[in-house]
Write a protein that binds this ligand. Structure first.
Ligand SMILES: *[C@@H]1O[C@H](CO)[C@@H](O)[C@H](O)[C@H]1NC(C)=O
Ligand SMILES: *[C@@H]1O[C@H](CO)[C@@H](O)[C@H](O)[C@H]1NC(C)=O
Length: 426
């Protein structure tokens, strides 16, 4: 474990200045401190027991191990440095060969029993099951820095996924200890991150520590971490592909109806969007409280895909509608108003005039116009619109082409609107 290694390293550095003493000195010191004074670890290290023991705490963050949105589990690795004074463990260095510091087992002396509030796993006091040694100084100052993986619950708000910021707290509580017995002193507001290894999915943007009280009686030490999700993974793997698929979806209106591929094209695109919806929902908490905005965005795209498909089917229907049934004059009027170019229609009129003079030509021209060349254009299939200077014939295909344009523009507007709404909210 990295934290253990770090701790032992620091311990090693601290031990280097102990010189000049013999093994007897160390043995005598140990014996005098713990045996002669009949030390009891159940008694607080305070000569005046009416005063609380002050424990100075600092925190060393080593790594963010896990932030699980689905289970609301937050896990970090770190060292919690505790410094307190035990007035029974003092000595005069001159009496013990100038020993200026020594090491004791934590099991032999009084220690603050910190547990984690809101634990995710079984509750055990920090450093309880491992023999983290303590460092003792002649003036009775004790330094203890158990390292551990601390797992706690964290309420995660994924409304703005994947651009969300989470605030998670690890709370240390000296179990069963009232503030009249023990005071927690957060020496520094900041948390040391000198050994911090950055996390791939989360960016640590703020870290601080505060001391608080539960119901004004029980002191706590709270480590607060503010984490911002690195969104690149979701943007590259979900958002951009969905965006591209949506753009492709709109392009169906520019696909010639004669190709006969329109339906399969839009179904394929819609399926692609549905697949991405599944991928996203796999990575999100299965709760509706709160709903991530990205789900609404993806749903909008899926609905858009369905609407585009319905519109394509109806429009294809129009396109292949028999010209025997005339185009209603209201539609023809609409077409006339919307259509800025008329050469195609003028051409039909021209051809119709020519046809009266010379019946042998221009049948191929009629074919190009998608009009059955074998018969002359039935009079019922046209809407003749009396204009001041022109007469135009509107076919169902013209109407279909017109709808394609209108629907294409509407779909692009919808796409831009839903995208800017999503980008604007996050
Ligand atoms: C605890 O910290 C305070 C300053 O916040 C300091 O005055 C005191 O000496 C420290 N106690 C120990 C035991 O180091
Ligand atoms: C302890 O330190 C004092 C003063 O520095 C020195 O006179 C004495 O000899 C030292 N004792 C031992 C055992 O090293």
């Amino acid at each position: 474990m990295i934290e253990r290694f770090l701790f032992l390293l620091l311990m090693g550095i601290a031990t280097n200045d102990v010189r000049g003493q013999t093994m007897d000195d160390v043995y005598n010191l140990y014996h005098d401190l713990l045996k002669v004074s009949s030390y009891s670890k159940h008694v607080r290290p305070q000569l005046d027991q009416s005063k609380p023991t002050i424990v100075n705490i600092t925190f060393d963050l080593i790594a963010i191990r896990e932030l699980d949105e689905i289970m609301g589990k937050f896990s970090i690795a770190g060292n919690i440095w505790m410094v307190w004074e035990d007035q029974r463990l003092t000595w005069n260095p001159a009496d013990y060969g100038n020993i200026t510091t020594t090491r004791l087992d934590i099991g032999e002396i009084w220690k603050p029993d910190l547990i984690i509030g809101h634990p995710m796993e079984a509750i055990t006091p920090i450093g309880f099951d491992r023999d983290f040694p303590v460092r003792v100084y002649p003036n009775g100052v004790i330094q203890w820095a158990p390292g551990d993986v601390m797992t706690t619950t964290c309420k995660i708000d994924i409304t703005w996924f994947p651009f969300d910021t989470q605030i998670c707290e690890v709370i240390f509580i000296p179990w069963g200890t009232e503030s009249s017995e023990m005071t927690i002193n957060a020496v520094k507001r900041t948390i040391s991150t000198r050994a911090f290894v950055s996390h791939g999915a989360w960016d640590l943007i703020d870290a601080y520590a505060v001391e608080r009280f539960i119901v004004n009686v029980y002191p706590t030490y709270n480590v607060v971490l503010k984490l911002k999700r690195r969104p690149a993974f979701v943007v590259v793997n979900v958002l951009l592909p969905v965006l591209v698929a949506s753009i492709l979806n709109v392009l169906v209106f520019f696909l010639p109806p004669q190709s006969g591929e329109r339906i399969s094209y839009s179904i394929t695109v819609m399926l692609a969007i549905a697949v991405f919806l599944t991928i996203v929902s796999d990575n999100l908490p299965k709760t509706s409280e709160p709903m991530p905005t990205i789900c609404y965005f993806l749903l909008t795209n899926l609905v858009m895909g369905s609407v585009i498909m319905i519109a394509t089917i109806l429009n294809l229907n129009l396109f292949y509608k028999s010209d025997v049934k005339p185009v209603p004059s209201s539609l023809a009027d609409l077409f006339k108003i919307m259509s800025c170019r008329r050469p195609r229609l003028s051409r039909i009129k021209e051809l119709a005039e020519k046809n009266e003079n010379d019946t042998t030509i221009e049948l191929s021209e009629y074919n190009k116009m998608q009009i059955n060349a074998d018969q002359p254009i039935p009079s019922g299939s046209r809407s003749f619109i009396e204009d001041s200077d022109d007469v135009t014939i509107v076919t169902w295909q013209d109407i279909s082409y017109l709808f394609d344009k209108i629907l294409g523009v509407l779909a692009i507007l919808w796409l831009l609107l839903s995208m800017s709404a999503f980008m604007g909210t996050v």
